[in-house]
Unconditional design. Structure first.
Lengths: 143, 143
């Protein structure tokens, strides 16, 4: 049941990604190309997503625990360090080169385009390189 | 290349992206970060941590097919960059998102809505470097 729930959650997220235009690198790169063929659509994606999460998270956290047990696992670190800033800066460079980010590319894989598989394979290589070079624990956590 | 300005589709897609994130928190108590979910698959640590992520990723990948089944048209994407840029960009995305503990979904949607200080630093950082990268590629080096 938990896995069916997780699958449906991914499906809702993926349909959102597809409808929003986030999985289209042409739109993503145009969002950043303010000096050229600017397309501000993706600001509306972030706006829509934040409205729902800002309210929805707070409603969910009124519960004692998630539906399928365990506890709410929310990162509580507030450390602004070189890894955070440098890693984010590096991520943005890659996003600006390829036009895909991981959360958009996973649903995009379902369109059957080979470029998406190439991108996600390269992302996995990036994860492995980071682990080899920094010798620290992998980031199973996010944000 | 111009892309259509799609504020309503993008906002609606954003609402669903947010809903996916809220549903994951409600059911499993987790942040919806594509970097964390994908690295949890690449570096599988335990079966139970692997399996819900695999189910979720499967749901994400099924999304374009479900849209096709309902509407009769597959979401179209345009990849305006060459395969080398996809591959290089992908490695950089994977390295940076892993080092910075998050990407557009984890920091951008989940982190900002929690008012995470780390995400409030990460998001403007990767947005700025992405925009700068696109500017350099398109308007300085004439890619």
């Amino acid at each position: 049941m938990k896995h069916i729930y997780a699958l449906l959650t991914g499906l809702v997220f993926g349909i959102g990604i597809a409808l929003s235009g986030m999985m289209d690198p042409a739109k993503v790169l145009n969002f950043f190309d303010v000096a050229g063929t600017w397309d501000p659509s993706l600001a509306f994606v972030m706006g829509g997503a934040l409205v729902v999460t800002f309210i929805g998270y707070r409603l969910v956290w009124r519960r004692d625990a998630p539906l399928f047990g365990g506890r709410f696992q929310v990162p509580n670190s507030s450390a602004i360090d070189a890894k955070l800033v440098g890693g984010s800066a590096i991520f943005g460079i890659g996003w600006g080169i390829a036009g895909f980010c991981p959360g958009a590319a996973i649903p995009a894989l379902g369109t059957g385009r080979w470029e998406v598989a190439l991108f996600l394979g390269a992302v996995a290589v990036g994860f492995i390189l980071r682990r080899l070079l920094t010798q620290s624990q992998p980031s199973a956590k996010t944000a | 290349m111009e892309t259509l300005f799609t504020p309503f589709a993008s906002f609606g897609g954003g609402l669903l992206i947010g809903l996916g994130a809220v549903l994951l928190m409600l059911g499993l108590g987790r942040i919806l970060g594509a970097t964390g979910i994908m690295s949890g698959l690449v570096f599988a640590e335990s079966g139970s941590e692997f399996s819900w992520r695999a189910a979720m990723v499967l749901g994400m990948i099924l999304a374009p097919g479900v849209i096709f089944a309902v509407t009769g048209s597959m979401p179209q994407i345009t990849v305006p960059v060459n395969p080398l840029m996809i591959a290089v960009g992908g490695v950089i995305v994977g390295f940076g998102a892993s080092l910075g503990s998050g990407c557009t979904s984890g920091h951008g949607v989940c982190g900002l809505s929690r008012l995470s200080v780390r995400s409030l630093v990460a998001v403007p950082t990767f947005m700025a470097t992405a925009a700068l990268t696109v500017f350099l590629i398109r308007h300085v080096f004439g890619g």
